[in-house]
Write a protein that binds this ligand. Structure first.
Ligand SMILES: *Cc1c(COP(=O)(O)O)cnc(C)c1O
Length: 416
């Protein structure tokens, strides 16, 4: 059994893929060929946003978004510690500081209540109401009152709240109505890390249209994946899109050899765009197939629950919940075991029957060595820490058949 079955997908569209690749080889426009603009236009229309900018990866998309806002040293960017490392990595790469905010235990996405507390804690430089990056904020000197010298000193070290990166984890959008309202109140920008959620929906709108800028990834395992690296940014902002297009090509100005800002080589390959155009022809259908697979999992995992016993399930695991008004694209189907030992037992049982599983993510970012410099500690984000110990993901792709799901669920319910 496959965790993700890209071969079944390829079989369906091999003709279009071959045709599209052959066209690129015939034209020879390997860099910024016409396929790039065609893909940008198609995907922008699909998500309902004015502009799309293809780029080299989801990581570059996040980096370019932060660069477009001029993020740098002294800037605080609020984000979740329960995500893939790239989300926070790009913040540190620019010399800015990730300020982590714990997640909601049902959606696994950033909790807006904690978010507002984190913003206030940072403004007041008071880690007693929300954990802050300790190493960054200087401790008040012993016995120091509100002395002018010490306050000016702490001011120079203080972080400026600048923006928020919310993540649509496992394909389920974060709560943007609340997040965007908090952002407006505190004059912050919002970036949607939609690397896992292209194709999802929130309150009638598509993922990638839910914040000031959205960033997605075409890594092969994502819902819309290419055959290599790739990514895309989405925004309605006419000014930002020009900045993003400039950053994508070394900060170019009106011509190739005028450089008006520091940028990167962040282009999407023409070949990847050609492949993605082929894959996009069946993508809306695949989204529906993913929903059907997820619905089957839910029905199987909750079957045999005693009548009237709401909330209890027949298996030893808790299946994911999709709140009202949300549609997940099911980048992962992630379930919760009772505890870490229970998870290990279930994974072993599945594995011994040839059923692959994976843990996203075994260690929250505030406990990763790469972010040790921020001075966070165990216990700072208890929900993320608990989920990291209990969560694991089952095989999930549009071509997963009911018989395989039946086998998986019988294992989870202890029937095999
Ligand atoms: C995959 C992923 C990224 C990075 O995308 P790449 O294309 O691999 O660079 C960023 N954020 C999240 C949440 C992801 O899952």
């Amino acid at each position: 059994m496959n965790f993700i079955d890209l071969a079944a997908q390829q079989l369906r569209i091999k003709d279009i893929i071959d045709k599209n690749i052959a066209k690129v080889l015939r034209n020879g426009q390997y860099i910024m060929g016409p396929e790039i603009r065609e893909l940008e236009e198609k995907l922008a229309a699909y998500v309902g946003v004015k502009h799309a900018v293809g780029c080299a990866s989801g990581t570059d998309a996040l980096l370019m978004a932060l660069m477009a806002y001029g993020v740098g040293p002294g800037d605080a960017i609020f984000t979740t510690p329960f995500t893939f490392v790239a989300t926070a990595e790009v913040i540190s790469l620019l010399g800015a500081t990730p300020v982590f905010v714990d997640i909601n235990p049902v959606t696994f996405n950033i909790d807006p209540v904690n978010l507002e507390q984190a913003i206030l804690a940072l403004q007041m430089q008071d880690p007693s109401c929300h954990p802050l990056p300790g190493a960054i904020i200087p401790a008040a000197p012993e016995g120091a009152g509100i002395a002018v010298a010490s306050s000016s000193n702490s001011e120079s070290c203080a972080l400026r709240p600048k923006g928020i990166i919310a993540v649509d984890l496992f394909g389920l959008p974060a709560d943007y109505d609340v997040i965007n309202a908090i952002a407006r109140k505190h004059d912050l920008f919002v970036i949607e890390d939609a690397a896992q959620s292209f194709g999802a929906e929130y309150q009638g709108r598509k993922a990638c249209s839910l914040a000031d800028i959205a960033c997605t990834s075409f890594f092969p395992a994502k819902p819309l994946g290419g055959y290599g690296d790739g990514g895309m940014l989405f925004t309605d902002d006419d000014k930002l899109v020009n900045v993003l297009r400039s950053i994508r090509v070394h900060g170019q100005g009106s011509d190739k050899y005028e450089n008006v800002r520091i940028g990167i080589n962040g282009r999407l390959d023409t070949l990847q765009a050609a492949i993605l155009l082929a894959k996009f022809t069946i993508f809306p259908e695949e989204v529906k197939m993913r929903q059907a697979v997820a619905e089957r999992y839910k029905a199987m995992l909750t079957a045999d629950a005693p009548a009237g016993c709401t909330g209890s399930s027949a298996s030893a695991v808790i299946p994911p919940t999709v709140p009202y008004g949300y549609k997940s694209v099911w980048a992962q189907y992630s379930i919760l075991a009772k505890d870490e030992r229970g998870r290990a037992r279930l994974q072993e049982g599945l594995n011994s029957s040839g059923i692959p599983t994976a843990i996203y993510y075994p260690r929250p970012l505030h406990l990763q060595g790469a972010f040790a410099v921020l001075g966070y500690k165990q216990g700072d984000f208890p929900v993320s820490e608990e989920m990291a110990g209990r969560i694991f993901s089952l095989p999930m792709h549009p071509y997963l058949i009911a018989d395989d799901q039946e086998l998986i669920c019988r294992h989870l319910k202890g029937e095999v």
